[in-house]
Design a protein around this ligand. Structure first.
Ligand SMILES: Cc1ncc(COP(=O)(O)O)c(C=O)c1O
Length: 395
């Protein structure tokens, strides 16, 4: 029976990264996968995480399962990190969360909860969105509608079109939003635009599901969560999928949280019970290591301060690279790339055609997605000149 199954194509992003690794070109540049890389091209382990890891290794006397809901320090730390320490919803006990295997696990459990509440619910996704959203939510049985979001002509958010499309989002429907550092386009909403979405959700009764995978890598931890917190302060129900892959560097440890903002505590408890039953049938128990590390880093004053400072350095480096790249590309005289500086987080579309992206790959060893999405954090002092020159040559 199994022999009937055909080989499927590689994941488009991971496949490109593998092709780059196999490329013998000594000048090759990998701008594919969304991983933060430092000046040396290394995805570093935060100093605070290293310290937490040493302490954990010294103290850990068992590898028995952690509770299905996850580590308590982790859950409270994540709720405060995402919603803010002075969140009224937290004080009111309307918030609950469950530790999940990464942000992907959080998205999946969120989808399971939505499906349990109303099978086949329509989920509005931005055009474009992170491609993995579709299988993660769709395989549960939810259906999709897109709302216009990115305008390639202005390299910004087409907010009028977004609002126009979301006027059709009805009561009980879900609007999936990127909390900050939109993947793939890097164009984020302003705070006043988040307010408009909150007004619409209030009036129309749709429920935001906010995917926040890059908190701290746009403008800073508090600034990057401000839009999401606007929704939470105003609405009865919001779902949040938070990832610790990028901002705590815990990628392979699969660490994330699904956070529910509910009408009241009774409902919050009910959602946790639903999430645990869903988790039991999907992956059973959360992985422990990342949650235990993140829990310690978030709870310990010294580790927390060290982590915040290292994260801010990363954020500033990304923003510095954005300025540098925009300035140098503008100097080629082949177009206006100032938008790179306005966008946030790790990603931007360079605005190249798929043919130009392909030429960059085959002729120059510069790897980006066919959509010309680049991981800005893959740029560094030793590859920026070559990158700019190569882009200039295909334009
Ligand atoms: C938009 C978005 N959401 C969620 C995730 C989830 O990441 P993870 O499952 O590694 O926490 C990612 C990772 O790339 C992402 O880009």
């Amino acid at each position: 029976m199994l022999e009937k199954l055909k080989r499927l194509p590689d994941d488009p992003i991971l496949g490109l990264a593998a092709a780059c690794r196999a490329d013998p070109n000594p000048d090759k540049v990998d701008l594919t996968v969304g991983i933060y890389m430092d000046e040396q091209g290394i995805c570093p382990v935060f100093e605070a995480v290293q310290q937490a890891q040493k302490a954990l290794a010294a103290e850990e006397i068992t590898k028995a399962y952690i509770p299905p809901v996850g580590d308590a320090l982790f859950n409270s730390g994540m709720q405060q990190l995402v919603l803010g320490t002075n969140s009224q919803a937290l004080a009111d006990g309307r918030v609950a969360s469950v530790q999940t295997p990464g942000g992907c696990g959080a998205l999946r459990i969120g989808a399971e909860i939505i499906q349990a509440a109303a099978a086949g619910t329509r989920v509005w996704v931005s055009d474009p969105t992170w491609p993995v959203h579709i299988p993660l939510l769709g395989s549960v049985g939810l259906s999709f509608e897109t709302y216009r979001y990115y305008d390639p002509a202005t390299h910004g958010v087409n907010f009028d079109a977004m609002v126009e499309d979301l006027k059709a989002a009805g009561r009980g429907e879900i609007v999936l939003m990127h909390g900050c550092c939109h993947n793939p386009c890097g164009a984020d909403l302003s705070l006043s635009q988040w307010e408009v979405i909150a007004n619409m959700a209030e009036q129309q009764g749709f429920i935001p599901f906010v995917d926040i995978a890059y908190q701290g890598l746009g403008d800073g931890l508090e600034q990057d969560a401000a839009g999401l917190r606007t929704l939470v302060a105003r609405l009865p129900e919001v779902l949040v999928a938070a990832s610790c892959s990028k901002n705590l560097g815990l990628y392979r440890e699969r660490t994330g949280a699904i956070i529910f903002l509910c009408q009241d505590k009774t409902n919050a408890d009910a959602l946790v019970s639903q999430a645990l039953v869903a988790a039991r049938r999907v992956y059973s128990m959360p992985p422990a290591h990342g949650g235990l590390l993140a829990g310690r880093v978030l709870a310990d004053e010294k580790l927390n301060a060290s982590w915040r400072s290292e994260l801010m350095t990363m954020c500033q480096r990304i923003n510095g690279l954005r300025t540098d790249l925009a300035t140098r590309l503008n100097k080629t005289g082949k177009g206006d790339f100032s938008f790179i500086e306005r966008e946030k987080g790790m990603f931007s579309f360079l605005g190249l055609s798929p043919e130009q992206a392909l030429r960059l790959r085959t002729e120059f060893g510069v790897y980006m997605l066919d959509s010309s999405r680049i991981n800005v954090a893959g740029v560094n002092a030793s590859n920026i000149d070559y990158l700019v020159e190569s882009v200039g040559r295909v334009l």
